[in-house]
Design a protein around this ligand. Structure first.
Ligand code: GZL
Length: 337
């Protein structure tokens, strides 16, 4: 009797051991599938699905950024669902909600403005779908609402623009009147570039921002704002435009007013897209701070890690430089965008 009982206990113990072992394997396997466990497409296949909510197509930079994301997704074997919000926050929120409905494995987006994202990001978190911020940031206090923020340091970009002007104005004796064409109102790049530029020019009291208005990062916006600045200010020495497209619009307005861009009125912009670099090499712009739109490869790498449950840095800052007129002439032919 005792022996049989003992055999029975040994047998049951070994059954339990087998069951526990198989459970471990399953969990491990579920973990590696990532997507299923994370509440994503649950396909269990290695291929991940990304929902990308793009800002719009407002500038040369945005077009290059979209191209980079789409080409990198193809190269990385990531299935990409893509939407263009025409620069409207409600459209981006709608797109993110639809990605949640479709149970994508990961959501990535460039928030058109900094505020108003907590509700929809909480919905993604509750659906266990990780979110990656790319290009622009949100001002949410809850850092758990996204896994990482990949993009430029816009304050640094504004500072570089201001520092160039401080150096270029060293020999000036009179006040240097600056007009500023800001990016999209409420967006991280507009807020931060303005902050960085103001910080840098504080060191020279001759440098005065006499007018500042949003051109919404578009060429037409830059032209309209510059026309108004020229009408209301007799003596403008410098334009600081938050992106190349606004600077190119300002050039049109300056030339229409019979003045020489780059000479009568100096122009500093940010981005370094092909059209901006062409104007820089032709002397119509004086200095450009680079802001790289080529975020696609890094985004896909981060997405795969996040879906696989691996840890990623909270912040990934993109590498970028600056260009003078001489430097633009040397690199223009080889610029990738
Ligand atoms: C910056 C990006 C800005 C560009 C503009 O990372 O968000 O938006 O500077 C674009 O050209 O429209």
């Amino acid at each position: 009797m005792y022996l049989r009982l003992r055999e029975e206990i040994v047998f049951k113990k070994s059954l339990l051991a087998v069951a526990a072992a198989s459970m471990l394997t399953l969990t491990a396997c579920g973990g590696s599938a990532g997507a299923g466990a994370a509440g994503g497409s649950g396909s269990g296949s290695d291929k991940i699905t990304m929902g990308f909510a793009q800002v719009g197509a407002e500038s040369g930079w945005r077009t290059a950024n979209t191209k980079s994301v789409q080409e990198s997704a193809k190269k990385a074997g990531v299935e990409l669902k893509f939407s263009d919000a025409q620069q409207k926050q409600e459209n981006q929120i709608k797109a993110i909600r639809s990605y949640i409905q479709q149970k994508v494995d990961v959501i990535a987006f460039s928030p058109v403005v900094e505020s108003g994202w907590d509700t929809v990001l909480k919905e993604a978190k509750n659906a266990k779908i990780p979110v990656i911020l790319t290009d622009r940031a949100v001002d949410s206090a809850d850092k758990s609402l996204y896994k990482t923020f990949l993009g430029s340091d816009f304050v640094e970009e504004g500072k570089k623009a201001g520092e160039w002007l401080v150096a270029d104005s060293k020999s000036a004796t009179d006040t240097v009147n600056i007009v500023e064409i800001q990016g999209t109102t409420g967006s991280a790049p507009a807020n931060d570039r303005k902050e960085g530029f103001a910080e840098a020019i504080k060191s020279d009291p001759k440098l005065k921002v006499i007018a500042s208005q949003s051109g919404d990062f578009t060429r037409s916006g830059g032209k309209q704002v510059m026309e108004a600045f020229l009408k209301n200010n007799a003596d403008i020495d410098v334009v600081f435009a938050h992106n190349d497209d606004e600077g190119l619009g300002a050039i049109e307005a300056i030339e229409a007013a019979g003045k020489v861009p780059g000479k009568d009125i100096k122009i500093i912009t940010i981005d370094a897209v092909k059209d901006g670099m062409t104007a820089l090499s032709n002397g119509k712009i004086n200095f450009i701070v680079e802001c790289s739109p080529m975020l696609g490869d890094q985004l896909m790498e981060l997405a795969k890690k996040v879906v696989a449950g691996e840890s990623v840095p909270e912040r990934v800052v993109t590498e970028e430089t600056t260009f003078t007129q001489e430097q633009a002439k040397q690199v223009l032919a080889t610029r990738p965008y």
